[in-house]
Design a protein around this ligand. Structure first.
Ligand code: HEC
Ligand code: HEC
Length: 375
């Protein structure tokens, strides 16, 4: 139960109350406010959980290949997101209404059409095929099985997961896992390198230190109930989206104990990542996100995890690549994580130089520090 709670806590975006004929309607957690309650000038996104607003804005930006400034006003380095001054913002409202209507009327409420469906990273979608059209190559005939020959057996999801547990070091080593401390670099999507430290005590206590040359040290923590941030700007509570992002990664068991996070998990074929052959598992998490898991067919290790979080205007994707696995006290641990997101602030590469498992961590590290006394 504790583990399940931790996994739910990792969700960046609570699923929207969108109905679909394939999945039960998910409801935003009752505690969460919607954007028309928290923001000033919402005309079409009513009902969107507050924690999804920025992900949705990033999704629209990525779909059109633009930045916030394309629709929002920024004067003297200050954003005015409330303003309707830019015509593009109102155009986007019309487009949001259109997308909601298409999906409701034509796709039975499933979010099949999103901004990306037409825009493909451009502001003006093309409505004619590009000429010259590429030569159409005939599909290779499916390799026929000759009589007497059997098709190669495909593994089941359970077999792939069992092989993964073994590849990591076995369930005994996994069950022993209590704490993890990691040190290394956080390389941003624009190429800056920050010092990065993570302390975790399982499953859901976390303390992260980010050492930036320009803005000083950022510390963020969660002790199982209270989230906080300490920086040169002071000490504050972390709530909503920010708390969700902190807790989403890295949870101690999130990429280790996979099975219990899914309500459905099936074999999805073979694929290739670089020159490695991988098995793909497709799943639906207990909190209604679609995921794909990619396992190296040789080593059995998890090499990629792609999550799609449903929102009212589309599925927001996020990808994590796990690289440079090394043995730490009997458990295989990836020393490099590449995180790709529609949010440039989340996209980053985390390269660890030191990872320690099961060393005692001072539990007070996770608590919100006392407020600095005012002089
Ligand atoms: C393609 C246009 C577009 C882009 C790009 C865009 N937005 Fe928006 N944004 C909108 C629209 C439209 C609304 C109003 C939605 C409504 O009326 O329901 C909005 C509303 C907002 C609001 C709420 C303002 C309020 O208080 O009413 C915030 C905050 C916001 N956007 C932030 C961002 C950020 C941050 C980015 C860049 C990551 C961004 N937006 C990119 C179109 C855009
Ligand atoms: C069914 C296809 C389709 C979908 C889906 C779609 N758009 Fe568009 N969009 C277009 C077309 C076509 C144009 C250009 C036509 C025009 O300028 O009026 C356009 C133009 C725009 C423009 C104005 C661009 C400019 O430079 O004038 C904005 C902003 C925009 N779309 C935002 C969005 C957003 C945000 C979404 C998702 C909520 C979205 N669109 C979904 C087809 C689509």
């Amino acid at each position: 139960m504790v583990l399940f709670a931790a996994c739910v806590g990792l969700v960046a975006f609570a699923p929207v109350g969108q109905t679909s004929n394939q999945q039960p309607a998910a409801v935003a957690s009752p505690a969460e406010k919607t954007v028309e309650q928290t923001k000033k000038n919402i005309k079409v996104l009513s009902g969107l959980p507050d924690s999804q607003l920025i992900p949705v804005m990033n999704f629209m930006s990525a779909s059109l290949g633009v930045r916030c400034i394309y629709c929002h006003v920024n004067t003297e380095e200050k954003w005015d997101f409330v303003s309707d001054e830019k015509p593009e913002k109102n155009k986007a409202r019309e487009m949001i209404k259109m997308v909601l209507a298409i999906n409701k009327d034509t796709f039975r409420g499933n979010t099949e059409v999103s901004c990306y469906t037409c825009h493909h990273g451009r502001t003006s979608p093309s409505n004619v095929p590009a000429l010259p059209i590429p030569e159409v190559t005939p599909r290779p005939a499916a390799a026929e099985t000759k009589p007497g020959e059997t098709k190669p057996a495909v593994p089941t999801a359970d077999q792939i997961l069992a092989k993964y547990t073994e590849a990591l070091g076995g369930s005994a080593a996994i069950d022993k896992l209590k704490t993890r401390s990691m040190k290394g670099d956080w390389v941003t999507s624009s190429g800056l390198t920050w010092g990065y430290e993570v302390y975790q005590s399982g499953p859901d206590k976390i303390h992260v230190v980010l050492n930036t040359p320009k803005q000083g040290v950022f510390e963020r923590g969660f002790n199982g109930s209270v989230g906080w941030e300490k920086s040169i700007h002071g000490l504050r509570a972390l709530e909503g989206q920010e708390l969700a992002v902190l807790r989403r990664y890295p949870d101690l068991f999130k990429d280790i104990k996979l099975k219990e996070q899914f309500s459905r998990l099936t074999f999805g074929g073979k694929d290739k990542i670089g020159d490695r052959e991988v098995y793909v598992l497709r799943g639906m998490t207990t909190d209604n996100r679609r995921e794909r898991l990619y396992f190296d067919t040789q080593t059995g290790l998890l090499v990629r995890r792609v999550t799609s979080s449903p929102t009212m205007i589309g599925l927001i994707p996020e990808q994590i690549d796990f690289e440079d696995y090394r043995n730490v006290d009997g458990l295989m641990v990836p020393f490099t994580l590449r995180i790709s997101s529609v949010d440039p602030n989340i996209s980053s590469t985390r390269k660890f130089t030191e990872i320690k498992l099961n060393v005692p961590i001072d539990e007070t590290k996770f608590n919100k520090p006392p407020a600095p006394s005012t002089p």
